[in-house]
Design a protein around this ligand. Structure first.
Ligand code: ATP
Ligand code: MG
Length: 407
């Protein structure tokens, strides 16, 4: 972009958090973050992505890619703390005043902001004015430009114009919050048991935010659970992929196994046995897919199958660690996270899942391990697990190419 005689280009300035605290491994974390960021915007155009001074700088290499959309997508990538869309130009006073005039006019057009301030950071000590002088001069310039409209305010102004004087000058005013956390891929791979409820998408989000790559598995009991229920879970997986990146979405045809359980398991133990079978299947699938942990949305005491004893009965069939990031969360806190990550509206669509269709009416709330084993006495568990494993279909969900489905 040419502004008068000044060449101005747009950059995204990405701030990093916890990653910068990593010692010797810092380079690996940043390299992974850059890969994840590039993947998220690759369809928007050609970009250069560079790291320096504990930030990542993104520039369009050619054409005119939509930087606002790039910033929006990158704000979902774990490891990013915040993003600003900045203008970049030569470190000369004449350039700065000319760009500030145009920029402020464009930013303020049609808006009601009345108070502002400039915040200047001068890293390039060759620049003739101090940070304070730059802020004062530019403030005076804007007051001249909008004499009846604007006032300077130091505490909580409506708008803060940031000027950073480095090798080049950077001018920006917005700051899009990111999701912080660690880059996905740095903490191995986990298999998320994803149902259509509120909890499991939040559990997946939380583990992905600690750098875990996700795969998801959904146990479908068609026709007892409907096609809409499956579409809903797929929708949730796609929303999760906005944060966790490309993921494998496994759908298990669980109907035959479920009907056998209904027939052979005492009613008060049905939910616990169903969960133990799901865990065994999920664990075998996880091993095939090189996932090193199982993840569920369980929270202590939420329902009968989530008491300590019931959780122990489910855990005892799995050797892999079972991560339950919601274990100590209040339901309201889980709902707040679900709202903030955009899964809540999909989760509350009214389609039944198998745990509501095949639910024990009077479940045993404190089943011992012996209770669970006794309840499975009439089942040939290895054969059930083997058959269920043969009925899994897998789709790859890509946040970039499937995003149009998110309407
Ligand atoms: P959610 O809101 O995540 O559905 P919930 O509070 O309804 O959880 P349960 O139905 O007891 O609780 O399920 C507990 C956990 O078991 C879920 O969070 C999920 O991880 C897993 N789960 C339950 N049903 C299924 C299913 N049909 N397919 C895959 N995982 C499931
Ligand atoms: Mg559920």
């Amino acid at each position: 972009m040419i502004n008068g005689t000044v060449t101005v280009s747009e950059v995204l300035l990405v701030r990093l958090g916890e990653i910068t605290l990593k010692g010797l491994n810092r380079g690996k974390f940043i390299a992974r973050l850059i890969v994840n960021m590039k993947r998220r915007i690759k369809d928007l155009g050609e970009f250069s992505v560079e790291q320096s001074q504990s930030r990542i700088w993104i520039r369009a290499l050619s054409g005119n890619p939509p930087m606002d959309e790039a910033a929006r997508r990158l704000s979902f990538v774990f490891g990013v703390v915040s993003i600003s869309r900045a203008l970049e130009f030569e470190p000369e006073w004449a350039c700065l005043t000319s760009v500030v005039k145009d920029y402020a006019s464009a930013v303020l057009r049609g808006k009601g902001e009345k108070t502002f301030k400039f915040e200047t950071k001068r890293v390039n000590k060759l620049f003739p004015l101090s940070s304070y002088e730059v802020s004062c001069e530019l403030g005076a310039l804007l007051l001249d430009l909008f004499p009846d409209r604007l006032a300077v305010k130091m505490e909580n102004p409506d708008i803060v114009f940031n000027v950073e004087i480095r090798e080049k000058i950077y001018l920006y005013h917005d700051r899009i919050p990111g999701r912080a956390g660690l880059p996905v891929g740095m903490s191995g791979r986990g298999m998320l048991l994803l149902s259509g409820g509120i909890d499991s998408p939040v559990a997946g989000y939380m583990m992905a935010s600690r750098g875990m790559m996700l795969e998801t598995v959904y146990f479908h009991t068609f026709p007892y659970t409907s096609q809409q229920a499956l579409d809903k879970v797929r929708g949730l997986a796609l929303l999760l992929a906005q944060y966790a990146g490309r993921l494998a979405f496994h759908v298990v045809d669980f109907t035959e196994a479920q009907l056998e359980l209904n027939e052979k398991v005492p009613e008060d133990m049905l939910t616990v046995v169903m969960r133990r079978v799901m865990m065994r299947v999920a664990e075998s699938l996880a091993r095939r897919r090189n996932a090193k942990a199982l993840i569920t949305g369980e929270s202590l005491g939420q329902v009968a199958s989530q008491t300590m004893e019931a959780l122990m009965a489910t855990d005892s069939v799995a050797e892999l660690p079972v991560f339950r990031p919601l274990i100590g969360l209040d339901k309201n806190d889980t709902i707040s996270i679900a709202r903030s990550i955009g899964t809540f509206e999909t989760s509350i669509l009214p389609y039944d899942d198998c745990c509501t269709v095949f639910v024990s009416k009077h479940p045993k709330t404190h089943p011992s391990l012996e209770d669970a084993e006794r309840a499975e006495a009439r089942l040939d568990i290895p054969s059930i697990v083997e058959r269920v494993l043969g009925r899994i279909s897998t789709a790859i969900i890509d946040p970039v190419f499937d995003e149009s489905d998110l309407s």
